[in-house]
Ligand binder design. Structure first.
Ligand code: MG
Ligand code: ZN
Length: 216
């Protein structure tokens, strides 16, 4: 007898994703799954967003890392509730892990939950967490070949944040190539050029976030 392990694991994930979707809908919570390489600035984007929107949007964060709670600590310092998932080697978050973390957040006092996935452009995009939207971050120092090399991740994004845009004049990065490659993969994604370090372009991102919350 041949046992298809992949099918079994995926369906367990799918079941938990459905539970998460129901839970989020019951609590009128928007939930965004944030995916990128390590070092693209996900946590910095979240920390600045939390600080800048603290009087407008109640944000909670689920942090996924292989090891350490460094990012959850940064989020708490910025003023939001955070739950850390340490995956102990796994290179993506799964829906059951997110289900566990959602129980630990003060969901009745929140408008929006961010899930900061494990830094990895390969497999996080294959796992439905029950989120209401997907945000992919690409930063200028990573290079302009990433959408072409990791098409699955960019094809499934609702928003693509091109972060560290303030560095573009110092590095070899062909923005037109990136925009053209994304256009082939994904015609619906909103593309925003931002710098979480300087604040450039962040207002567009905040406006979109406010819309996510009110559309729930
Ligand atoms: Mg991080
Ligand atoms: Zn993985």
């Amino acid at each position: 007898m041949k046992v298809n392990l992949n099918t079994r694991i995926l369906s367990k994930n799918e079941q938990a994703a459905e539970l998460n979707r129901g839970f989020l809908a019951d609590h009128k919570l928007a939930c965004l799954n944030l995916i990128s390489s390590p070092g693209s600035g996900k946590t910095t984007i979240l920390a600045r967003t939390i600080t800048d929107l603290k009087d407008k949007l109640r944000i909670g964060v689920i942090e996924g890392d292989i090891k350490t709670d460094y990012d959850a600590q940064r989020i708490r310092t910025a003023g939001a509730a955070a739950v850390q998932i340490e995956t102990e080697g796994a290179c993506h978050l799964s829906a059951p892990q997110v289900n566990w973390a959602l129980q630990k957040l003060p969901v009745n006092d929140l408008d929006l939950v961010f899930i900061e996935n494990v830094g990895n452009l390969v497999c996080p995009s294959a796992f439905d967490l029950g989120e209401s939207g997907r945000v992919v971050v690409l930063s200028i120092p990573e290079g302009d070949d990433k959408p072409a090399k990791y098409p699955g991740t960019f094809a499934n994004a609702d928003v693509i944040l091109i972060n560290k845009i303030d560095l573009i004049s110092y590095l070899k990065f062909d923005l037109q190539r990136v925009l053209a490659d994304i256009a082939v993969l994904n015609s619906k994604a909103l593309i925003m050029q931002i710098s979480a370090a300087t604040g450039q372009g962040m207002q567009t991102w905040y406006d979109w976030l406010m819309d996510q919350q009110t559309s729930r």
